[in-house]
Design a protein around this ligand. Structure first.
Ligand SMILES: *Cc1c(COP(=O)(O)O)cnc(C)c1O
Length: 456
């Protein structure tokens, strides 16, 4: 069969409140042209994030009911620990309330002022936690990974030459190295096994521990199976196990590749770091057998980790993301190519060339997508990453002006995606009429979350 179907059926539904364009005009105005300020009930299709927005399965909901809420020694913890150990092979498993809590604990233990932590591309919370510890977060991307149009299988890879040079020059300042799979902050692009292996051997040859930011480890395993020679006949579990075998630990947000609405963990082999991490865990997250979570959450995560490595699920997941990306490209909407695992990034600067960069083409596009069809997406460009030059008062733009559509897991069907494609086709046909955006009230930090805008 050529048609790939959703490998699940729907047992419970959540109503979408339909709105008309006339209703959406005052809604976006009241939200000050910032989609983060729209209420979710006013959104038809929500692509703001794939984090914590997954549909849980009937088995996860059953696991919630049978979760063990004992303060210490909960059965749900041991199920969770067994599952994490099976996949990662790491000895010490610390549950946390989400990925950034794992990061805060890891860097409090392992990093200090003056240190450098290299990564392919740090996610923003990872970077923030490293900087909070007084260390610097360094991204080591090769040129090919930054080119939005180049077609290559593993554009999430780390630049090995840059890593080697860094180790040569500053090796003594590096307490640990990281790699993020898939590379969320760089198009959701995958990392090859070859690259993971090479990064690991460079770090290990200098006795520097290697951690994986594993939020989308299963999506990455699928790309390896499909694209890298020698992995076609391997199961997703065995590919994931091999990925982790090259590392000494990982940080994880269970809100991504564990189908949970909340949760995460920190896992590692180093007993002395694990002991210090356990002490910090008790201070702010909770007792070691529940961390920042309820027993039922641990049970749902253990079950989610089982389901995420299902071949049929992952084939559908990656194909449906690709389907959206390929159709957008066909109707003339340029995207960061090739489609990533969890999201499609529209190249707004290229799509709306008549809007100058200092009138935020990405923000203009997310506003129009909402007005056109009630679709919520997020600007990943000069609103999020640009800065105002204190001398001239002019914008220092981001490298790209993209619009990210992150796809929640098991939530939307193909007809929802077809609706998006039709909406984008309508937008493309009248794109010259789309106007730029300017700030009305600029928040000093993380300005995409709370700033106010208006059309130029
Ligand atoms: C989401 C994410 C995190 C942080 O996880 P939270 O659960 O949101 O705290 C870290 N790294 C990557 C790559 C992520 O996508």
């Amino acid at each position: 069969m050529k048609t790939i179907i959703e490998p699940f059926k729907i047992k419970m539904v959540e109503r979408i409140r339909m709105t008309s364009r006339e209703e959406r005009v005052p809604i976006i105005r009241e939200a000050h042209f910032n989609p983060f300020l729209i209420r979710s009930e006013d959104v038809l299709l929500d692509f703001l994030t794939d984090s914590g927005t997954s549909s849980m399965s009937d088995r996860q909901w059953s696991a919630l009911i049978s979760g063990d809420e004992a303060y210490a020694g909960s059965r749900s913890y041991f199920d969770f620990e067994r599952k994490v150990r099976e996949i990662t092979g790491f000895e010490h498993v610390l549950p946390t309330h989400q990925g950034r809590a794992s990061e805060r604990i890891l860097f409090s233990v392992a990093a200090k002022a003056g240190d450098i932590i290299p990564n392919n591309t740090h996610f923003d919370t990872t970077r923030a936690n490293i900087e909070h510890a007084g260390a610097s977060a360094l991204d080591l991307m090769p040129a090919e990974g930054l080119d939005p149009d180049l077609d290559a299988p593993f554009k999430g890879n780390m630049d090995l030459g840059k890593l080697e040079e860094l180790l040569e020059r500053e090796g003594h300042r590096i307490p640990l190295g990281m790699i993020t799979v898939t590379n969320n902050a760089s198009g959701g692009q995958p990392v090859s096994m070859e690259n993971i292996r090479a990064v690991s051997s460079l770090l290990r040859s200098r006795n520097i521990p290697f951690f994986i930011d594993a939020c989308r480890f299963a999506e990455n395993a699928y790309f390896i199976q499909q694209r890298e020679a020698g992995y076609q006949d391997r199961s997703l579990l065995s590919i994931a196990q091999e990925m982790f075998s090259y590392a000494d630990g990982c940080t994880m947000s269970a809100k991504k590749d564990a189908f949970a609405n909340i949760g995460g963990f920190l896992a590692m082999n180093n007993a002395s770091w694990a002991e210090k991490a356990g002490t910090l865990l008790v201070l702010t997250e909770g007792f070691p057998t529940y961390g920042g979570l309820a027993g039922r959450d641990l049970a749902a995560i253990a079950q989610g980790l089982e389901e995420i490595l299902d071949q049929d699920y992952m084939a559908y997941r990656i194909r449906s993301t690709g389907y959206l990306g390929e159709h957008l490209r066909t109707i003339g909407v340029p995207i960061f190519w090739p489609p990533g695992g969890h999201a499609i990034y529209i190249n707004a600067r290229k799509f709306l060339p008549h809007i100058p960069v200092d009138q935020y083409p990405g923000q203009a596009l997310v506003v129009e997508m909402y007005l056109e069809a009630g679709i919520r997406a997020v600007e990943v460009g000069s609103v999020m990453f640009g800065r105002t030059d204190p001398g001239t008062g002019k914008l220092i733009p981001a490298r790209n002006d993209l619009v990210r559509m992150a796809i929640p897991r098991r939530v939307y069907t193909q007809s929802h995606i077809d609706y998006v494609i039709e909406a984008m086709e309508n937008l493309a046909s009248r794109k010259e009429s789309i106007r730029g955006i300017r700030f009305v009230k600029e928040s000093p930090v993380l300005r995409h979350f709370t700033s106010w805008f208006e059309p130029v």
